[in-house]
Design a protein around this ligand. Structure first.
Ligand code: AGP
Length: 627
């Protein structure tokens, strides 16, 4: 959940590091920092808070000029520039200047940036303290740099000190390391945390993701677990933990000049919500070119024999991806009749895994890096289940685990920390997978499947129509911006949307919100209702309509302000709801694609009105790489 950048070459170092950090800020924004070679020494500059704070410090120290972003005293053209940078999501020690990375050893001869967790840090720290080491911070990262320093003194070899330290450190982590005595090299280590090297001509890059590297170059090498790279300007050596040299494959990525373009929107979140029709449309073009033909999943190597014997489906995910999984449960059970369960990945880790070789496990993660999901999936795989991975990131740990059972949700880079377009993309893939399984095992009425496919093909244009109403939604929801609590209710396939809406409102606006199955309200939660707690009912025509209506009446009778998400032409809702967020008419089974949109806008506009940091809400990070 932290971001690492590194550069070695002839460019001015600080602007390159800052550009990289800007792309990586989604991974954490509690503090940022850089380390560069300056004269004989290593120079570390860091600051609590966002990247803009670091830029201010660099300007004050005359390391960065004003508007043109060029260097002050450092990295003159023609000289080899070498540096590393970091953006942090705090795990060990509060966000502060001192706990910000890079971290020095006591002699200030080694600087380290780190993403991940050192599990045995307390043990290593205690043993180093016994050897006379003093620690200035509360971080696990300082343990890494002090251990390397100790091992360097013991071995008098940079590489040996790294090999030895990595063998002693437990956990999941990625490291970028600079040594004062080696001004033209960066060392990198990967263990279960992403790290990519970008290869240029006479320059090389290091970053936590390939999107960042693709800003600069198109040739990349992905480090695998337990690999170490020794990166210089013209050359890169790769080693395993025994110190043996490895050969690595170079891959090509599409060069992307500006992955951070907001395309005229005020926030990435608004841009990403507005991209949802395109995202779903692109996926449908790939998988469902016509409703008359079976779904195409050519690259998914699940045999019909296996699909016909699946005894249960287990979906593992966290947060918004978990909500997509809950929608998937309804779709799988409706179309394939295969019992489907959805579990929070973090909870699955503590449960007894009731899986057989006939079980299908689906892991969903937009980042493909979520530690809980990865650990849960590994546990399920170890029980012999077949695993299908759904992720937005081809170069992720989840994608590696899925191997030939991988479905990429192709939503494009999602910068805003709150997931929106990746949610719709995950749902689309789940619907496609359910139809594919239903068609293969012949479990559903072909006419019904054809109808669902026909309706799905209309979804992009219905999303487009819904998006045209955003200004209207804005006017409708702002009157509720000062309410301290919200309750969202839905039933059946829209119960997960109630959960997702509550999550979105909490993350974006910091207003407390809960999502409930509407039938559960009377079993307790209704006690919280009064004139200050708006109830948002997701009420669409279909099997659940009458019951949601009844539950909404119960809420209304407790004087709660009532908001509905309802389809055009539904007059009945006008009798009880104060505000109606209208969506185009839609069948219940595919309604989540539309019902979620006004609720994304509700959260967005309220958060914006309250002056929240919409794209980077407090305390959060885009990928959560700690359990
Ligand atoms: C979504 O808005 C959240 N930021 C969060 O719940 C997220 O969905 C969750 O952490 C899972 O992330 P993943 O999809 O990358 O695994």
């Amino acid at each position: 959940m932290c971001g690492i950048i590194g550069y070695i070459g002839n460019k001015e170092i600080i602007p390159v590091l800052l550009k990289g950090l800007r792309c990586l800020e989604y991974r954490g924004y509690d503090s940022t920092g850089i380390a560069i070679h300056k004269g004989e020494n290593l120079n570390v500059v860091k600051s609590v808070g966002k990247l803009s704070n670091l830029e201010e410090v660099l300007k004050k120290e005359h390391l960065l000029n004003g508007a043109n972003g060029k260097n002050g005293k450092n990295g003159k053209s023609g000289h080899v520039s070498c540096g590393i940078g970091h953006t942090r999501w705090a795990t060990h020690g509060e966000p502060s200047d001192i706990n910000a990375h890079p971290h020095f050893d006591s002699d200030e001869k080694i600087a380290v940036v780190h993403n991940g967790i050192i599990r045995n840090y307390q043990e290593v720290r205690d043993s180093l303290i016994q050897k006379g080491y003093k620690f200035a911070t509360e971080t696990d990262t300082e343990v890494v740099v002090q251990l390397i320093s100790y091992n360097f003194k013991e071995t008098n070899s940079i590489l040996k000190s790294i090999f030895k330290s990595v063998n002693e450190l437990e956990g999941s982590y990625a490291l970028g390391i600079l040594f004062k005595q080696e001004p033209d090299k960066i060392y990198a280590v990967r263990r279960e945390a992403p790290l990519v090297i970008g290869i240029g001509s006479g320059e090389n890059y290091l970053a936590s993701d390939s999107a960042t590297v693709s800003q600069f170059v198109e040739k990349i090498i992905r480090l695998e677990d337990n690999e170490i790279a020794e990166i210089s300007k013209e050359n890169i050596n790769f080693y395993n933990l025994k110190g043996e040299i490895l050969k690595k494959e170079i891959q090509t990525v599409t060069r992307s000049k500006d992955i951070l373009d907001k395309r005229g929107f005020k926030h990435y979140l608004a841009k990403e919500i507005n991209e949802q029709a395109e995202v779903v449309s692109n996926l449908l073009k790939d998988f469902l070119p016509s409703h008359e033909k079976p779904i195409q999943f050519n690259h998914l190597k699940l045999t019909p024999d296996f699909l016909k014997t699946i005894d249960r489906i287990l979906i593992l995910a966290c947060g918004t991806a978990y909500h997509a999984g809950l929608v998937g449960k309804y779709v799988f059970e409706n179309l394939t009749s295969i019992p489907t369960e959805v579990q929070f990945a973090s909870e699955y880790l503590n449960s007894k895994p009731l899986l057989t070789e006939k079980s299908l496990v689906i892991g969903i993660s937009q980042s493909g890096e979520t530690a809980d999901t990865l650990a849960a999936v590994k546990k399920a795989i170890s029980k012999g289940a077949t695993f299908v991975g759904i992720t937005n990131k081809q170069d992720s740990a989840l994608a590696d685990l899925a191997k030939e059972h991988l479905l990429i949700s192709k939503a494009g880079l999602e910068v805003s920390v709150a997931a929106t377009k990746t949610f719709l993309a995950q749902m689309t893939v789940l619907y496609m997978l359910a139809i594919y399984i239903a068609e293969t095992i012949d479990s559903s009425n072909p006419k019904k499947l054809s109808l669902v496919k026909q309706e799905l093909r209309l979804i992009p244009q219905l999303i487009d129509q819904t998006l045209t109403r955003q200004e209207h939604y804005q006017k409708q929801v702002l009157q509720y911006a000062n309410n301290p609590d919200f309750v969202f209710i839905g039933r059946g396939i829209n119960y997960p949307i109630a959960l997702e809406a509550a999550l979105k409102l909490k993350e974006l606006s910091y207003i407390h919100a809960s999502g409930y199955a509407s039938g559960e309200m009377k079993h307790g939660p209704i006690a919280v209702l009064d004139t200050k707690v708006p109830v948002v009912s997701i009420i669409v025509p279909g099997e659940t309509y009458d019951r949601v209506f009844q539950n909404s009446l119960e809420a209304k009778s407790r004087q709660a302000p009532m908001i509905a998400v309802a389809v055009d032409g539904d007059k009945k809702v006008e009798s009880i709801f104060d505000t109606i967020l209208r969506i185009p008419p839609i069948t219940e089974l595919i309604s989540p694609f539309l019902t979620v949109i006004p609720l994304q806008f509700l959260s967005y506009y309220i958060a914006e009105h309250l002056g929240r940091d919409v794209d980077q809400p407090r305390n959060l990070a885009k990928s959560v790489t700690v359990e």
